[in-house]
Design a protein around this ligand. Sequence first.
Ligand code: NAI
Ligand code: MG
Length: 354
Amino acid sequence: MKIAIMAGDGIGPEVVAQAVKVLRHVLPQAETEEAPVGLAGIETRGVPLPDETLALAKRADAILFGAVGGPDEASLPREQRPGTGLLKLRKELTLFANFRPAFMFPELIGASTLKPEIVDGLDLVILRELNGDIYFGEPRGIETGPSGERYGINTMRYTESEVERIAHAAFQAARRRRGKVCSVDKANVLETMQLWREVMTRVGREYPDVELSHLFIDAAAMTLMRAPKQFDVIVTGNMFGDILSDAAAMLTGSIGMLPSASLGLDRKGLYEPVHGSAPDIAGQDIANPLAAILSFAMLLRESLGLEDKAQEVESAVRSVLAGGYRTADIYQPGTHRVGTEEMGDAVVQALQAR
Ligand code: NAI
Ligand code: MG
């Protein structure tokens, strides 16, 4: 068993170090290997996804990923942007299904931006398609028209088979949960999304035990704020999923709590916190490592099939929260404020105490 560690930039290395502490405790025999990605790749090899990093990703059973990105990256050419490394990695490994669970820890209800009765018991998963959509469609670019005026162009594109495979992933996930799928699109305006809805409906017929509903993205955003508990699995395209999952993050209190798994056709997966490299808080030992630790729990479950160990890690996180430990982002008066390292240590201690 080989686990690739790609910590990346900013708070990536800080939070991944805590997840690795947990890994060493839960899987003392596991072989790990580190490789640079993002700015770290650019600094060491001149590209955001060095060849040896991609080779390691292909060799490994699973990848534990931090975050990539730094300040001023929007001005860089696309090939030199740290985030391009992650996009390429997901694409090269055909990791098309990005699961982002949003789960309300009872201890953190007060940290949510919404009223307790709206979020108490919240447990949904956003399944975002990762390999298609406007992020990859051609043509793209900034061009100059005949009049000399510049224009920007991106193309929303999905093939039927791309929609089919994410649909199957959604219905199968719903079967393991509460049996409901809500597909989110913009079929009233966009042809790509008309095709999306048609294929979702067709694949849905193969899963008569799963309840399928459809919402437009605007209505879905509203419903997510108004009555999020009605959702079980939300399946959507790359761009809508990006936006919706950050909004869902705020429901649960902090983006620093939210893990994700990117899966493909086999068991190999890439596991990373939903948050980015957070340059504003990097190097201060204040980042919340729980999203990274919970991402490792997903790795145990999905790529290694170690459900018991995944649950051990998740209950250790729960007991640390119940014990009052809080990083700055989820701090409330009356709780015990800790740094990144201390939070990681607390989770390991909770595991040892079992
Ligand atoms: P971000 O998620 O890095 O930060 C957003 C806000 O949340 C910031 O105020 C940050 O301090 C806070 N935050 C994030 N993670 C936290 C944690 N674990 N604990 C406490 N607070 C936390 O998103 P932002 O600022 O839009 O992007 C920063 C950089 O990260 C950019 O370069 C962006 O491209 C990159 N990024 C990378 C991602 C990835 O590697 N998958 C995903 C999203 C952004
Ligand atoms: Mg995002």
